[in-house]
Write a protein that binds this ligand. Structure first.
Ligand code: HEM
Length: 273
């Protein structure tokens, strides 16, 4: 038996070389978290209870978490985790979309053939494309459900009005991302769906036709439109969504969850006696 050097020394006590070896095999993550390398990347607060409460202040990865929250907020019923699921889907879309960008050229007729190449010759190409499409459609459903949850629970009321407005922006960006992505496969469905969609936009009073032509870069859906939709889809709209999402989450952190307000101001439950 030998004393083990390390941050846990004195607390955990004596460990044999064999148990350290087994631990490194069974729980490699735990071993890594005890190393100096991990400690230098992720600032570890003291292990005492008050020390652990400072985690959100010292750890970048946990800084969006509040130090204390009412227990009720943690229940699935309070938010349905719908905002969280929307954020996870957004990350999946960013990662899968970046992979697809390596194999796609936004010009005619290559765009159409690149989609076929992605399906037939690219490693995990078909899987990544399907993941991207399904996640995009699911995200619209989940974001709308999140908005309905916020409305029904009255979480849009003061002091969260600004976050509701930001949420509206996020909803429009989510729809915009879906619409611009629809043209990229450059097949018949894409062409005519975007023709119909932009024609509808053209009927908006005063600015409608000007907006349609600015979006398409002409009067019809051509090569120019494909490039514009591509730039909007891979750069402009995701960048705007990322910035807006950052502020949205920051506001959730500052305002606290709406369900927590009710708990804080609710009258104390009558006791049985
Ligand atoms: C990309 C889309 C969106 C993402 C990723 C997102 C993300 C989130 C997250 C993670 C939360 C924390 C609570 C939870 O998980 O439900 C939240 C709360 C909130 N969201 Fe969103 N959201 C989005 C769209 C929207 C929309 C469309 C609205 C409304 C128009 C909205 C309004 C709000 C409000 C008011 C809160 C605070 C709710 C509370 O305190 O209970 N969000 N959002």
């Amino acid at each position: 038996m030998k004393l083990e050097e390390g941050p846990q020394q004195g607390k955990v006590g004596v460990r044999s070389r064999t148990s350290t070896f087994i631990r490194s095999l069974v729980r490699p993550g735990e071993m890594f978290r005890e190393t100096e390398i991990y400690g230098s990347m992720v600032r570890r607060p003291p292990t005492s209870l008050p020390g652990r409460a400072t985690t959100p202040n010292v750890n970048f990865f946990f800084h969006v978490y509040p130090v204390r929250i009412p227990r009720k907020v943690l229940s699935l019923r309070s938010t349905g985790r719908l905002g969280f699921i929307s954020a996870v889907l957004f990350v999946i879309l960013l990662v899968s979309g970046t992979y697809l960008m390596f194999f796609y050229r936004p010009q005619t007729p290559d765009a159409y053939f690149d989609m076929h190449t992605i399906h037939t010759s690219v490693v995990f190409g078909q899987f990544t494309r399907n993941l991207h499409r399904w996640s995009a459609q699911l995200m619209i459903v989940v974001v709308v459900a999140h908005m309905i949850r916020v409305y029904v629970s009255g979480a849009y009321k003061a002091p969260r009005q600004f976050n509701w407005v930001l949420g509206m922006g996020l909803l429009l960006l989510t729809l915009g991302l879906s619409f611009t992505g629809y043209l990229l496969p450059w097949d018949q469905l894409a062409l005519w769906a975007v023709t119909v969609g932009t024609n509808i936009a053209g009927f908006a009073p005063v600015v409608g036709e000007k907006f349609r032509q600015a979006l398409l870069g002409g009067t019809d859906v051509t090569n120019v439109a494909l490039l514009r939709f591509y730039v909007l889809h891979v750069y402009v709209l995701p960048a705007m969504a990322l910035m807006m999402l950052g502020v949205h989450l920051w506001r959730v952190r500052k305002d606290g969850f709406a369900v927590g307000d009710r708990e804080e101001f609710a009258p104390a439950e009558a006791s049985d006696e």
